[in-house]
Design a protein around this ligand. Structure first.
Ligand code: HEC
Length: 245
């Protein structure tokens, strides 16, 4: 064997040794999990095909779910904290009407007519150049708001009124006036159908909140009662809210 051949054989052997050593290093870096499970699975063409098909199916499933969810779920709305019922609306209207009535009676009528005596009240206030009574003031307001197209309405009623037109006109009004006469602090609510339309009818006690109420109602010639006292229930405020539009 020539020296050249020896050299070639030696270099082949050393290349084989180097390759063997490199393989040893590669294997020592592999954990059993990598070597026996992950590597064969990841390199298998079967697995790759299944993985691709799975990803496609998953994408289609997510897309279908999102489309269906968008079709069936109504658009999200903020939940209201409270719902305004017809009764709440009647109570709110009553609060405003009663406050205005109190201000007119105490700040205008009681002060100017009874305390300072600078002007009188009169049912014929226009001819007499006088102030309307608190009850006329309320009626004027109720009539004015009707001309503005309000759907609700309000009026004063009494079981034994000065003016017969203020007597109860419906069964609910009568029941309400009787109820608030017995228990002034408990409001009365009833449903009724008038002219084919359903209404919530609320009745609130109308009390003699000022000496002006007491004096005028006791002195009035057409009054059925002459011994009214402060805080007595003279009648009732009726508020009607339509339940259909
Ligand atoms: C200056 C007189 C006067 C004063 C003050 C007065 N009223 Fe009247 N009130 C009347 C007259 C008159 C009527 C009838 C009005 C009509 O013709 O519709 C009436 C009507 C009423 C009615 C409807 C039933 C009915 O009797 O016809 C009630 C309820 C009522 N008043 C309560 C009160 C209350 C409560 C006060 C005080 C906040 C008050 N009134 C103050 C004169 C007065």
């Amino acid at each position: 064997m020539s020296q050249f051949q020896n050299l070639v054989t030696a270099s082949r052997q050393s290349a084989a040794i180097l390759e063997f050593q490199a393989e040893q290093v590669r294997r020592s870096a592999e954990t059993p999990l990598r070597r026996w499970v992950l590597k064969p699975v990841a390199t298998s063409t079967h697995f790759k095909r299944n993985l691709a098909a799975g990803l496609v199916l998953l994408t289609i499933a997510i897309a279908t779910f999102r489309v269906r969810a968008a079709q069936t779920t109504p658009p999200e709305r903020a939940q209201p904290n409270a719902i305004i019922r017809p009764q709440d609306m009647a109570d709110a209207l009553r609060a405003v009407i009663a406050a205005e009535r109190e201000v007119y009676t105490k700040v205008v009528v009681q002060r100017l007519v009874h305390d300072e005596k600078t002007i009188k009240t009169s049912e014929h206030w226009e001819q007499d150049k006088a102030l309307p009574t608190p009850c006329q003031d309320l009626r004027l307001g109720a009539e004015a708001i009707q001309t503005k197209g309000a759907e609700f309405s309000y009026t004063l009623r009494a079981l034994r009124p000065i003016n017969p037109r203020n007597a109860p006109e419906t069964a609910v009004e009568r029941l309400g006036l009787e109820a608030v006469a017995r228990h002034p602090e408990t409001n009365y609510y009833g449903n009724e159908t008038l002219g084919g339309r359903r209404y919530l009818t609320a009745v609130y006690a109308d009390k003699a909140i000022s000496r002006a109420c007491v004096a005028c109602h006791n002195e009035h010639p057409k009054s059925a009662k002459n011994d009214w006292k402060l805080d007595d229930v003279i009648g009732g405020l009726v508020v009607r809210i339509p339940l259909e539009f």
